[in-house]
Design a protein around this ligand. Structure first.
Ligand code: SIN
Length: 563
């Protein structure tokens, strides 16, 4: 099994993305610096603050995260008819042979306790007659998804955690603070450098850093992810020398509102769980003929069949039909979707709704073990920024909030162990930043380049991929990168550089994987190829040359996921 050695990158204090550019420099210091304010970051910060001095830095505000937009809910074996074993089986099957069974077992076994703790913290999950209401979603063999506020689960959960975080006064919270890069000292992560709203740079020294920056849906033009989801955590982990795993796997959600908005409105899978149909232009329920579970087939399967309909009918969307469901029920169970559609001139109760796949969840991330440890000492990752191995090649619906909770909490337990023995103090590293005054790039050109990345990735390396298209994509991305001057200290520019980094990784790893599996669909290699490709891709920055190196590693054997 190929396993890159623990990184030795970091001979320099900070990776080369930024220059100081005359900015004011501030210093702060923590035991633990958490980067990101979604469910994983909040869980890690709240937990770590029981023992340690914690800072949480987030590029936006706590209500601008992907977690905040989450609709469906959190999957866990909470029903007396359910069991972690069944949840494990469904997750492994959905993951098409690439899940790490040990990690999935941790997820499903520890999930129920984490949900009960969330309730104790004040989250009000929807109940009927005192009992939790459990929703059904695609590829689950039974109803097991708890939700809150109908389809407002993410905002309810995030608000409860944010309330604990801010009321406790134990975590120093910095919103609207963009983390540029990790701070490295002799191969160890010792903090991060961030850019504040006034253009000042803050050097946060930390004995441990937790990356929980969410995903990178904005790499693609059609996405349900908020504007902030630009792969910053992925890009900075890579620049620091971390091993990145399975970067070719971006999950597209089948039912996003069809249109050109960025981000677009998600129409939660729970709608299909409650009985909504997918129809083609002729009104036919095409999933009936395509999979025994029809509209509740695994997400990758639904998207593939939608693509077939698009090709056959020369269209780019299908229709979600909830007209046969009771109007009052729809309004109460799906207030976010109902109101969101009203704003766009559609009525969920009486009209067919046009839907198309949109990038939704990034499976690729910084390789971690089941304790949140990356390949860099002192650097931890959890949530969408991490690859703990639980999603395989296709994530099971509503396993992602659960991932943030379970692995956020396990990261805290590991921090307790790590900080008890790690060097007590981080020495004050000298910040090796060039001080040249970079002009950076024109704002209009940056916005245009971001649109180009989204379009080329969506159409040439999105749902269906071929060698030829990916070669063209690579050339376009390289030309775009070459046309840009080194970034100045503007968030839009730095996001663009991060998007380009992640896009290049997706193209490089997707080109190498010559098969179709889960959310990775190649029309030039349409079959799944277990003999060659039941493997993870690993991407790492070569410390000597600065080049991207792609290798692979085996999956720990399990009998499941063979479906
Ligand atoms: C949804 O509500 O359909 C999204 C749930 C998920 O992505 O897990």
């Amino acid at each position: 099994m190929m396993r890159p050695a623990r990184s030795t990158a970091g001979a320099q204090n900070v990776a080369p993305l930024i220059s100081r550019r005359g900015a004011e420099l501030r210093y702060s210091s923590y035991d633990v610096l958490v980067v990101g304010g979604g469910i994983a970051g909040l869980t890690a910060a709240v937990g770590a603050a029981h023992r340690w001095n914690v800072g949480l830095v987030t590029k936006g505000t706590l209500d601008q995260t992907t977690t905040f937009l989450a609709q469906g809910g959190i999957a866990a074996a909470l029903s007396p008819h359910d069991s972690p074993e069944l949840h494990l089986k469904d997750t492994l099957e959905a993951g098409v042979g690439l899940c790490e069974e040990e990690a999935v077992r941790v997820l499903v076994e520890e999930g129920p306790a984490r949900i009960r703790e969330l309730e104790q913290l004040g989250t009000k999950f929807d109940r009927q007659g005192g009992k939790l209401i459990l929703g059904r979603e695609g590829a689950h063999s039974m109803a097991r998804v708890v939700h809150a506020g109908g389809d407002a689960t993410g905002s309810v959960v995030a608000s409860a955690l944010a309330q604990v975080l801010t009321s406790g006064g134990r975590v120093e919270l910095h919103e609207n603070e963009f983390v540029l890069d990790l701070l490295m000292d002799s191969g160890r992560c010792v903090g991060a450098v961030s850019l504040g709203e006034e253009g000042e740079l803050t050097v946060s020294l930390a004995r441990a850093v937790v990356l929980a920056c969410g995903g990178a849906g904005q790499v693609f033009a059609h996405t349900t992810n908020p504007l902030v989801a630009t792969g910053d955590g992925h890009a900075m982990a890579y620049r620091a020398g971390a091993v990145m795993r399975d970067m070719e796997f971006m999950q597209f959600h089948p039912t996003a509102f069809y249109g050109t908005e960025n981000p677009t409105l998600l129409l939660t899978e729970a709608l299909r769980g409650e009985g909504a149909f997918l129809r083609d232009d002729a009104g036919e329920r095409f999933m009936m003929r395509s999979h025994p579970r029809a509209e509740l087939a695994p997400r990758d399967v639904v998207v593939r069949h939608m693509r077939r309909v698009f090709d056959r009918d020369k269209t780019d969307h299908v229709w979600l039909d909830a007209r046969h469901l009771e109007s009052r029920f729809l309004r109460e169970r799906f207030p976010t979707v109902h109101v969101g559609l009203q704003k766009r001139g559609f009525d969920l109760c009486t009209q067919l709704i046009p839907v198309a796949p949109a990038s939704h969840y990034f499976i690729g991330g910084a390789l971690t073990d089941t304790w949140g440890r990356t390949t860099i000492p002192g650097l931890f990752a959890c949530g969408e920024t991490a690859s703990a191995g639980i999603h395989g090649a296709n994530r099971l619906a509503s396993n992602s909030l659960l991932e943030g909770l379970v692995f956020g909490e396990r990261t805290v337990r590991e921090l307790d162990r790590y900080l008890a023995v790690a060097d007590p103090a981080v020495r004050k590293v000298r910040l090796d930043l060039a001080d040249e005054r970079r002009e950076g790039n024109d704002a209009a050109a940056v916005a245009e380049s971001r649109r180009t990345v989204g379009q080329v990735m969506m159409h040439m390396c999105g749902i269906v991929r071929t060698r030829e298209d990916m070669e063209k994509t690579r050339t376009t991305l390289e030309a775009l990168q070459a046309s840009l001057a080194a970034p100045g200290l503007s968030v839009a520019e730095l996001e663009l550089f991060n998007l380009l980094t992640v896009a290049r990784h997706i193209v490089a790893t997707a080109s190498v994987r010559e098969e179709s599996r889960g959310v990775h669909l190649r029309s030039d290699f349409p079959e799944r190829d277990d003999a060659r490709w039941r493997r993870h891709s690993l991407a790492q920055r070569d410390a000597a040359t600065g080049e991207l190196v792609v290798e692979s590693s085996t999956v720990v054997e399990s009998s499941a996921g063979e479906g």
